[in-house]
Write a protein that binds this ligand. Structure first.
Ligand code: MN
Length: 719
């Protein structure tokens, strides 16, 4: 018989007396109107499904919003209802919840992904955001499983498989063991119909005989607890079919060999109580040899702790008894078993367990507190704050750190995909490579044979793998560049002495020079010259000492130039991320920090930095231009030239120099004369920090009485 809204209001009121029944009825009427005319495969009106789902949620003692969500959960997916409409009618919270259920329902899990089930479950939880969404989804799945017989066979298999792989473990994780067991048994029934029928027949026959037996033993165990003065609880339960089946499978035994269809669990307060109870049980009933397991002294790898024993119970029936503390019990129930402990202790796995532990406690508590409405609405939880779950084009789920980008994704797929990554599509749309990925995104990477990694990627990648691979690549590039530069520099110097680089490197002295300078091979040496760690003079002086001595003035001049750069390596400039490279500033344009700049690889002189608009650099070979940028740093100054026109009158020069020094700029050089028009022309070279500083100086000069015009001199001298 189909349940009706009154059944639900009654159920809800039983645990939540003050609930807003108006809202519940409104949701019912809305859902009924939206689903009107729709039928389930069973032939029942569609509305029966949301009603049953809501009822399951009541059984779980969920809050009003969850039950309302249960009534409305299929409206967005299966009717023309929009999220906005729900928001208008039922408020933000309900709309978000229904939208959440709809979203996770759309995720399709494929049988081929079984090995990925755990990642998939995490994705589901991560996408749900609000844990109530997952619970509504579980209720939805439970009712769908209960009515699975109406599905065509193919659908049955798919849904049952997914339930067994995803939803039953999820229920276990959330500590809702009755849903877990029911989902497992229902899946089992459809996946292995014959085995299921046979086994359930056998169990039913045996169960009949044993019902009275179970309560008798339970009483007996409770008496033992009392006699021993131990606080504790005894639970006797029939194992559900699927767990019996799994046991038979795992141990390779027949049903008749399964002796512990009924398991008793004793939960006590301390470890000592566990062993006390074990001793008493063993002295009351004869233990079966080889069946005692002490998982307290030797916990399982997944942290599971308990004492297990099987004894010959009353009437010669074997019975399994598990004894554990309440703490051990909650760990066993939280399903940590599924995850985590196989990884190292501590770290993210640990944090995850704690979150599950916390969640489990919340759900436990929720069943006890009366005001579960207020309580549940505060349960907004991000179970995986450090991760994001996305789909590969094959439909596999990939776990990445939160804020990961398509580049991280590409490197996670394969290093080669990362290196050749030229673009990305997220959910079918082209996006920039730095786009942050969200849970449930489908990511597709486009590659190109010509593509190489960019140093910029380092600014946004999140995974260690991507970062390391890109860094390594960039380093290799830097080495290549300095190798070329070093080769150019040495080649040019060697030419002056009549040597080619090839000939010089082949000289007999070469190994000794490498040894002396402490380089493993000539490439390392060339790279060092390119980096500016080593001057060509240092190399030439050792490699061809006789030659160098015959041209002392030339060598020493080059040496001086290079040494000057070496003594004062410009740290104000970065050359495409190269460090310690030979850099100097062009005298033709004299760029200041703040001016747009361009680098030029000048043979034998490292890199010359020009103003980007310097006419000289525009004339140069574009192939030898290189990107450079200013590095922010304090305390360094650069010379700049300015020219000031003034009335030719007394005191102007003093005013100008006063203005300059007031701005804390040093005057390096100054000259003044009067031009034909009778104006005073003053030329200054001043040391300033950057462009802004220079502008300050010029502004100050403009305010000096008698000054007519101030300009910066940039392209004074050919260089
Ligand atoms: Mn549904």
């Amino acid at each position: 018989m189909m349940i009706c809204i009154d059944d639900i209001t009654t159920a809800l009121c039983a645990y939540q007396p003050g609930a807003d029944l108006e809202l519940l009825r409104k949701a019912h009427d809305f859902s009924a109107a939206k689903h009107r005319g729709q039928a389930r495969l069973s032939g029942d009106p569609y509305l029966s499904h949301p009603l049953e789902v809501a009822m399951i949620l009541c059984r779980l003692r969920m809050d009003l919003v969850s039950v309302v969500t249960g009534l409305l959960h299929d409206t967005i997916e299966d009717t023309l209802t929009t999220e906005d409409e729900l928001r208008e009618q039922f408020g933000e919270e309900v709309a978000r919840m229904v939208d959440g259920v709809t979203k996770i329902s759309k995720i399709v899990f494929r049988t081929s992904q079984q090995r990925q089930a755990e990642t998939f479950r995490k994705m589901l939880l991560a996408m749900a955001r609000d844990i109530r969404v997952v619970i509504v989804k579980l209720a939805d799945r439970l009712h769908n499983m209960r009515t699975l017989e109406h599905q065509p066979r193919e659908g049955q298999l798919k849904i049952a498989r997914e339930t067994l792989d995803i939803y039953a473990p999820l229920a276990n994780r959330l500590g809702i063991s009755w849903i877990k067991s029911e989902l497992e048994d229902l899946s089992f029934r459809f996946l292995e119909p014959e085995v299921f029928a046979e086994l359930s027949g056998k169990v039913a026959r045996r169960r009949k005989e044993r019902d009275a037996h179970v309560s008798e033993i339970q009483k007996r165990l409770e008496t033992i607890l009392t006699e021993q003065g131990i606080c504790g609880e005894v639970h006797g339960r029939f194992k559900h079919l699927y767990s019996v089946y799994v046991k038979m499978q795992r141990q390779g035994i027949d049903f008749d060999q399964v002796h512990d269809l009924v398991a008793f669990r004793i939960i006590v307060e301390s470890v000592r109580d566990c062993y006390t109870m074990l001793g008493v049980i063993h002295s009351t009933w004869r233990p079966i040899p080889g069946r005692f397991k002490d998982y307290i002294a030797m916990p399982k790898a997944n942290m599971y702790q308990s004492l297990h024993t099987t004894v010959m119970g009353p009437g010669g029936q074997r019975m399994e008894v598990q004894i554990r503390t309440a703490d051990m019990h909650s760990i066993a129930e939280e399903g940590i078993a599924a995850h985590g402990k196989y990884k190292e202790a501590g770290g993210p796995a640990r944090a995850e367990e704690n979150r599950f532990g916390w969640l489990r406690q919340l759900l436990e508590l929720q069943r006890e507190v009366s005001d579960s409405d207020e309580f549940m609405s505060s349960v907004k939880i991000d179970l995986f704050p450090e991760q994001v779950y996305v789909f590969t084009p094959n439909g596999d789920v990939m776990e990445l750190p939160r804020h990961s980008t398509p580049v991280d994704f590409a490197f996670s797929v394969h290093s080669d995909v990362g290196f050749r990554c030229s673009g990305a599509k997220v959910n079918g749309k082209l996006v920039p490579l730095k786009t942050v990925l969200h849970n449930g995104d489908s990511v597709e990477i486009m590659t190109s044979a010509n593509q190489t990694p960019s140093k910029d990627w380092l600014k946004f990648v999140q995974t260690a793998k991507a970062r390391n691979r890109i860094r390594h690549w960039v380093k290799e590039q830097e080495r290549q560049k300095s190798l070329e530069l070093g080769r150019d520099i040495l080649e040019k110097e060697l030419r002056k002495h009549g040597y080619s680089l090839g000939r010089a490197l082949g000289l007999e002295r070469m190994p000794a020079v490498l040894d002396e300078l402490n380089y493993r091979n000539s490439d390392d040496l060339l790279a060092a010259v390119g980096y500016g760690k080593l001057t060509s003079g240092q190399v030439l002086g050792r490699l061809i000492p006789d030659q160098v001595r015959t041209h002392p003035e030339r060598t020493s001049r080059i040496g001086q130039v290079l040494d000057r750069f070496r003594r004062k390596p410009s740290e104000a400039i970065r050359v495409q991320g190269l460090e310690g490279i030979l850099v100097r500033f062009a005298k033709c344009c004299n760029p200041l920090p703040g001016d747009p700049v361009t680098g030029f690889i000048s043979r034998g002189h490292g890199i010359t930095v020009h103003a980007a608009d310097c006419p000289r650099v525009l004339e140069t070979d574009a192939d030898r231009r290189i990107e450079v940028e200013w590095q922010k740093e304090k305390g360094t100054t650069r010379p700049a030239k300015i020219q000031v026109y003034s009335l030719d009158q007394k005191g102007v020069l003093a005013g100008i120099t006063g203005a300059i020094t007031k701005c804390e700029a040093n005057i390096l050089r100054a000259s003044a004369y009067a031009d034909q028009a009778g104006r005073g022309v003053h030329k200054f070279e001043v040391d300033v920090q950057d462009l802004r500083h220079l502008q300050q100086v010029m502004d100050a000069i403009r305010k000096v009485k008698g000054v007519q015009q101030v300009e910066r001199v940039r392209y004074g001298r050919r260089d």
